[in-house]
Design a protein around this ligand. Structure first.
Ligand code: GKR
Ligand code: MG
Length: 424
């Protein structure tokens, strides 16, 4: 009976939502972050939903792929995957934003597969009356813990497109501790990550020490996004050895990380040096990392994330999860898959606290003690709020941003900013 249901329509809606003036190795976030909301409609009137990247090259690739699922049953995941792999190639012209692997053209096919897979699993869940996590083998935890993801930030965007956010400036150790306190008060997070690679390493280490003092026993992570040289990363290691849970992408390259791992007792973690199966093979042989941050958006979907986790288990790597600016549909997909992966034992990253807007009915997803409850209702467990979708699409049309460009945005504040990497 399930084979009689066919996908008849694909809708791709680019959206833009407010994002804070968050600093990173490449520069600073623009006032608007982009995503694409994908809807698959079936012959029996159901709609499966998914959220993915919304930059122009991704929209082009999605447009190229959209007819590939027409006529398929929502249960035809393998056929969908084969069709996408045969058609979608790494096209030139992608953003290739170094610190966000989801922008790489080489990942076009996995990104599209992931987008369709999530919406098809949402449909499958609706058809059989089961949450997505059950289609992935069932949950191993009832709620998925996330970490407080701190950023160095300015109080306001230079372009002043809207009123400043409520977080204020985040530059000094005291301000970073206050940011962590606010995020923990609001959401109950039980581990903390600081996005580094922005200021001199001594300043970032001082911030980590201030966090360790303010939140004794709290697991802490620092992620300089490969903006420290190998030498700097080795020199910083003894200062961080006692306070970090893991040391995320301090320096560039599998070779650099492998060498650094010999100089620190901290586990090295990455979402930068291992983003393909080829990297995985090489990273295993070189001993470059001990913790892998997955991300279903560019690793090829929820089932591919489970495969990755099984491989990580085989090689003795720990698992965590990477994030970019996103809304609630992505958060729910992340939550379903994380709930199904036994060795995903580190709290996942999420940028969600930095977002204020939503496209799902009922508004923003709730965190309870820093964790998101795994839905028990059919499919992803969330539905589109069409008014909100239209409003955020209107913002997309008028905001003027089409591709993420943190470097150009940073030059508005500091015209001499080079974006050179590694900078410290
Ligand atoms: O959004 O500024 C950011 C992050 O730096 C993001 O681009 C990274 O991909 O969060 C990410 C990370 O953990 O590397
Ligand atoms: Mg990272």
């Amino acid at each position: 009976m399930t084979r009689d249901i066919a996908i008849t329509q694909v809708r791709i809606t680019p959206i833009a939502f407010r994002d804070g003036p968050l600093l990173n190795a490449a520069g600073i976030h623009e006032p608007w972050a982009l995503r694409a909301i994908v809807e698959l409609e079936t012959s029996d009137g159901r709609v499966g939903i998914s959220e993915t990247y919304g930059d122009e090259p991704m929209l082009r690739v999605l447009d190229q792929a959209k007819d590939l699922v027409i006529g398929l049953s929502p249960f035809d995941l393998n056929q969908m995957e084969e069709r996408v792999r045969a058609t979608i190639k790494a096209t030139p012209g992608a953003v290739e934003f170094e610190l966000a692997p989801g922008s790489h053209a080489a990942k076009n096919a996995p990104k599209v597969i992931s987008t369709f897979e999530v919406a098809m699993l949402d449909l499958q869940g609706q058809v059989v009356g089961a949450p997505v996590v059950d289609l992935l083998g069932g949950k191993v935890r009832d709620a998925v813990p996330y970490s407080a993801y701190l950023f160095f930030k300015y109080a306001e965007h230079i372009d002043k497109p809207y009123a400043p956010d409520a977080w204020g400036e985040g530059i000094s150790p005291e301000q970073i501790v206050a940011q962590a306190q606010r995020m923990i008060d609001l959401y109950g997070f039980q581990s903390i990550k600081l996005k580094g690679g922005v200021f001199e390493p001594a300043h970032e280490i001082a911030c980590m020490k201030a966090l360790a003092k303010a939140f004794p026993g709290m697991p802490l992570r620092l992620d300089p996004n490969a903006n420290w040289t190998l030498k700097t990363s080795i020199e910083a290691a003894p200062e961080l050895d006692e306070i970090l849970e893991y040391y995320e992408d301090p320096c560039p390259g599998l070779e650099g990380m492998a060498e650094l791992q010999k100089h620190t007792k901290l586990p090295l973690a990455t979402n930068m040096v291992i983003t393909t199966m080829d990297d995985f093979r090489r990273g295993c042989n070189m001993g470059s990392i001990k913790v892998l941050l997955s991300d279903h958006h560019y690793w090829g979907g929820l089932r591919a994330t489970q495969t990755l986790a099984r491989m990580a288990r085989l090689w003795g790597f720990g698992m965590s999860m990477h994030s970019n600016s996103h809304l609630g549909i992505s958060l729910m997909a992340m939550t379903h898959v994380a709930a199904s992966v036994p060795n995903l034992t580190y709290a996942c990253d999420t940028h969600y606290p930095w977002q204020e807007e939503e496209v799902i009915k009922g508004g923003r997803v709730i965190f309870d003690n820093g964790a998101v409850r795994v839905p028990t209702t059919p499919g992803l467990g969330v539905e589109l709020d069409r008014e909100q979708l239209a409003a955020l699409h209107e913002q997309y049309l008028t905001c003027g941003v089409r591709n993420r460009d943190d470097l150009t945005q940073m030059r508005k504040y500091q015209p001499e900013f080079t974006g050179k990497n590694p900078r410290f």
